[in-house]
Design a protein around this ligand. Sequence first.
Ligand code: AMP
Ligand code: GLY
Length: 432
Amino acid sequence: MRVLVVGGGGREHALCWAIAASPLCDKLYCAPGNPGIAESAECVAISADDLAGIVNFAVSNKIDFVVVGPEGPLVAGLVDRLAAAGIKAFGPSASAARIEGSKGFMKDLLTKNNIPTAWYGRFTDVKAAKTYVRQKGAPIVVKADGLAAGKGVVLCKTVLEAEAAIDSMMTAKAFGSAGQEIVVEEFLEGEEVSYFALVDGTSVLAFGTAQDHKAVGDGDTGPNTGGMGAYSPAPIVDTALDERIMGEIIHPTVRSMTAARAPFKGVLFAGLMVCKDGPKVIEFNARFGDPECQALMLRLKSDLLPALIATADEQLANFNVRWKDETSIVVVMAAKGYPGAYQKGTVIGGLDAAAKIDGAKVFHAGTKAEVKNGETVITAYGGRVLGVAATAKTVHAAQSIAYQAVDKIIWPEGFCRRDIGWRAVAREKSNG
Ligand code: AMP
Ligand code: GLY
C-alpha cells in the first residue's frame, strides 16, 4: 500500500520509522518531512498546512492511506477534505479535533458529562476575566482558547500574575486570535501523565502511557515548552489507575463526542493530572504527543500500520497490540534560546556517532540538510531540533544510553535538559 505521513517533526520521524518497517507498506511519502525522515520515506516539499496541496498530491500519487501527525491540519479539516476526495486517513475530522482546537469546547463537553477536570470559566471580556480571578484567588491557570503550540498556558502563583496573563493574551494578543477567548481554571496539584488511546468512533484501544517534561530547565523550572523530553511507560499508571482512567475519562469522553455528533477517530491523547482524589483531565489532544510518540514507537512490538488502518476502518473492537517489556526515554535537544528566540542555520555534528550507541535512536525534528563548502551538513532551523532516544530494561539504563548518545552530538548552539526521567528513576530506586 502507498502511505503518506503529514508533518515534519520528531513525532512524524518516529511514525515514518515505524510505518516503513511494515510489510504492508510498499511506498512511503512524507510531507514535508525532514532529513531524518528522508532515511525512511520520500519527502515531498508540501507544508503540513497546505491542505489543498496535500489532497492533490494524495490523489495524483494514488495514496491509499494518509496519517496526519500535527494538530494544525486536523483542526483545519484535512481528514474531511481527504475523505471527500475518497482517501482514507488516520486522524479525527475537524469537528472532532475541536477537543484539542478549542479548550472551551473541551471543558464544556467534560463538565456537561461529569468527566473529572479542573473548574473553569470562559471569557471574551478582560474585565469579567479579572473579576473571576479576584473571586477565585491564586494559584490559578490562564489559557488561550485556541491552538498556541503548547505555550498558551500561564500558571499563575498570584492574582497579579493572572491579571498580567489576561492582559497579555487578550489586550496585547500574545497568541494572536488564539487568545481572543480565554479559559481561567483551577490549578491542579499532582503528577502529570500522558495517556494515549486509539479510538475508532466507538471502540477504544489503550495505546501506551508516557510522562513528559514540559518546563525548559532542569528540575522542571523555567517556562513551558512543547516538551523537552519524555519516557514511556509512566510508572505511576498501575492497573488500578489505568482502569479508573479508562472508566472515568476515556470511555465517557468517547461516548460524549459521539453524542455531540463529533465521533472521535484517531489517537486521543489525554493530558492528565493524577490528583489526591483521582485522575483529572488537564487537556485533550487529537494527535500523538511529541516527544511522547518517539518513546511510544520505540516500545511498540506490533506493526503500527494495521493499528492505524483498523482505527480508520472502525475495526478496533477486537484489535490488540503488543509492547516491548522495556522503558524508552527521549531527550530533546533544542536551539539555545528556545522557547524564546533562537538562531537558525547552525551546524550539527556527531549524528553518526550518536546513532552507533547501542540501544540509541536519534529522531530529527527541526533539521535541514544543507550544502556548506561543498559538503552536505545537517543544520538546525527549529526550536526543538533532535530527539535522542533510547530503550532499555530500566529507566535508569535507558537514561544513561540516551545521554551517552547526546554527548556524541557536537552542537554548541544547542542544549538539552540533563535530568529527563528523574521522577521515574527516583521511583525505580525507591522500589529497589
Ligand atoms: P496544556 O497546554 O493545557 O496541556 O497545559 C500545559 C501544561 O501546563 C500542562 O502540561 C501542565 O503542566 C500545566 N497545566 C495546565 N493546566 C493546568 C492546571 N489546571 N493545573 C496545573 N497545571 C496545569
Ligand atoms: N508533548 C506534549 C504535546 O505533544 O502536546
